[in-house]
Design a binder for this molecule. Structure first.
Ligand SMILES: CC(C)(COP(=O)(O)OP(=O)(O)OC[C@H]1O[C@@H](n2cnc3c(N)ncnc32)[C@H](O)[C@@H]1OP(=O)(O)O)[C@@H](O)C(=O)NCCC(=O)NCCS
Length: 170
């Protein structure tokens, strides 16, 4: 489902408090990132931090581009706004941004039992690359997911935006 009233824009330093509110509501205490970690994302080099806003922030994503690859570090959407395509809009905008910065693929780690996140990433086109046992602690395994052909995907998105894809749909 689309969320036309949502805008996705780069985060500003003064969004930190709103990001922390999303973080605390979105993850159990033992999995929460600290304010310092988020500050590192907002101030760090080659980071792409984007916020989805309705009237107020309802979701955030952060990625880091390293040479020809990017890592998707974090994604969270406020509970009452889920299943409306907001994470998908954030991932799409994030991937277009890191593609623009030269990344050709995107990697991420996700807890093996985080069904909502795995479904969101797989539906978007991420594929399982590997599994890491006890990655987050005893019994807390991780999956490594990869989005492979970023340049080709980005090209198709931009072509669709500019109307080049219209003939294919007709
Ligand atoms: C994972 C998360 C970001 C998804 O956000 P969202 O805005 O609800 O995702 P979308 O609306 O874009 O979902 C896209 C598709 O993913 C799948 N999906 C998303 N949530 C799902 C769920 N709970 N169960 C099954 N499928 C799900 C669906 O196919 C969905 O499409 P549909 O609603 O048309 O069926 C959100 O659940 C969240 O913030 N979770 C807590 C934080 C977290 O775990 N972050 C990821 C790890 S860093």
């Amino acid at each position: 489902m689309s969320a036309p009233e949502i805008s996705v824009l780069p985060a500003r330093r003064d969004d930190l408090a709103a990001i922390m509110a999303l973080e605390r509501a979105g993850f159990p205490a033992e999995e929460q990132w600290s304010e310092r970690s988020w500050q590192g994302e907002l101030l760090g080099e080659r980071r792409t931090v984007l916020i989805a806003r309705a009237h107020h922030p309802v979701g955030v994503i952060t990625l880091q581009t390293t040479d020809r690859s990017a890592d998707l570090h974090r994604l969270v959407v406020a509970e009452q706004h889920r299943r409306r395509g907001i994470a998908t809009a954030l991932i799409r905008a994030g991937l277009l941004a890191v593609s623009h910065h030269g990344a050709r693929s995107v990697l991420l780690e996700v807890a093996y039992d985080n069904e909502a996140a795995i479904a969101t990433y797989q539906r978007f086109g991420f594929e399982q690359l590997a599994a890491r046992e006890n990655y987050y602690g005893p019994g807390r395994h991780a999956l490594i997911l990869k989005f492979w052909d970023l340049p080709r995907w980005a090209e198709s998105q931009l072509a669709a935006e500019s109307g080049d894809g219209r003939e294919e749909l007709e």
